[in-house]
Design a protein around this ligand. Structure first.
Ligand SMILES: [Zn+2]
Length: 113
């Protein structure tokens, strides 16, 4: 990782995430902040899958959002459209949980405050 401003290759530290979920960096040489790979979708599949698992464990959307450092509305979107976002090769245990849940929209509705 190198700084886009001063081109330093050292002292590049992770500095949280952008609103879109991309890793942000800070250059400790010149102090600028930058995002090397800005993405629209931003979140990787692992995080979305994690959110779904946590949801199925009974955690609230807000708590999941806090744990994963994303907006709880984003978590809600993932869960509502989990079939679009999650990889097709989910572990069987998760698929069974989803089947047990039946209509996941209902489960989600209970979670809203
Ligand atoms: Zn720099």
């Amino acid at each position: 990782m190198s700084c886009p401003k001063c081109l330093a290759k050292t002292k590049q530290v992770k500095d949280g995430y952008t609103a879109a979920g991309s890793q942000r960096y800070r250059c400790k040489a010149c102090g600028c902040r930058y995002t090397p790979n800005p993405q629209d979708q931003g979140y990787d599949e692992e995080m979305r899958q994690q959110a779904l698992v946590l949801h199925l464990e009974g955690l609230s959307l807000r708590l999941i959002g806090r744990l994963l450092l994303v907006n709880h509305q984003t978590v809600a979107n993932w869960i509502n459209s989990y079939t679009n976002y999650l990889p097709p090769d989910l572990p069987t245990s998760i698929l069974e949980l989803l089947a047990l849940d039946g209509d996941i929209e209902d489960v989600f509705a209970l979670d809203q405050e």
